[in-house]
Design a protein around this ligand. Sequence first.
Ligand SMILES: [Zn+2]
Ligand SMILES: [Zn+2]
Length: 357
Amino acid sequence: MEEFPVKVSEAVCLGASLALSGICYCLYKKSRTTLDKLEDAPHFTIDGKLKDILKVTPGACLQYAVIEGAVQPVGEPLTSSFQKEIFGVLQKVLLREHRLVWNSLSRTWTDSERVLHQRVTAVPFVLVGSDDTAVRVLCHLQASGVHMETTHEKFHPVNYGFSDIIGQYLSGEKLKGQLETEEMLKVGATLTGVGELILDTDGTLNLRPPSNGSEYFLSITDFDTLLGEQESTAGWWKGLAIASAVAGAGVLLWLGRRYYNQLKVHWQREKERREFDRLRAENPRARAPVAGHEAIEDEEEEHLENACVICLTQPRNCILLECGHVCCCYSCYQALPQPRCPICRQSISRVVPLYHV
Ligand SMILES: [Zn+2]
Ligand SMILES: [Zn+2]
């Protein structure tokens, strides 16, 4: 049986869907682990008792804990660059350029943006609880979660003259304008922190990224919302992993179906050949067996004018029905890409051996 050819496009589809499924599954596992750790993390209120709890904890450290408190700067707070009455501890100013680029494939203008300028400023800050107890937040840049809110957003559009518009259509790029945004973590905002809680030797409480590799969170939403966000992320990765696995299984099924069809054609040919050989064996007047190469070579000259029109070596030994042409040997008939007579192109319904008297 000839080998089973897999098309490049099929191999690419199969490989891509399996790889995508694997990647999505890994990301799902990762977010699921994060979610489990979040669910198991103990909650603590920031008050005088927190220090006592940490004092009796081995290493004066809680590996993964949830706390919630109001943001207060350690020193002078930052002032918003756009609204003087807003104070914060983290500030991020972004200037983005928006332009429309002509996409010749979809024949539409698509939006594209580019960061022109970015500035992040921070001052040390603490989370304050119901009494004066404060927990200092360290390494906030490593934290996930939304912990800043937009305090300023302004779009500066570009005004064009007539010649500019002509130029844009010729170059395929249109500058829309610049978007200026400012995000801040405001003083007094309630912040949920999930991380490693440690009591320093100088008696200060600190929240820092967990040393056991768990994810560090700082979020202005409450803990349940944070949990919900993680749940939906895990759900998305799970859905994507399943969808790509189904796509991969679909490609495999398709390949299996094609292989089965090819096998069926092969079995059909084998059956036909056995029938052909049986008919030849039953009739002693039939010519030498199809595969009898040596016997044919001996009588080569005699057969030359009677040679198969395809291979020009073996004698014509079969009748193609219904047209009745005697033009090829049985091996060549079986090798025809389609069951059509090579002389008159009529479709072949049956083949019978040729008998000489
Ligand atoms: Zn032939
Ligand atoms: Zn014919």
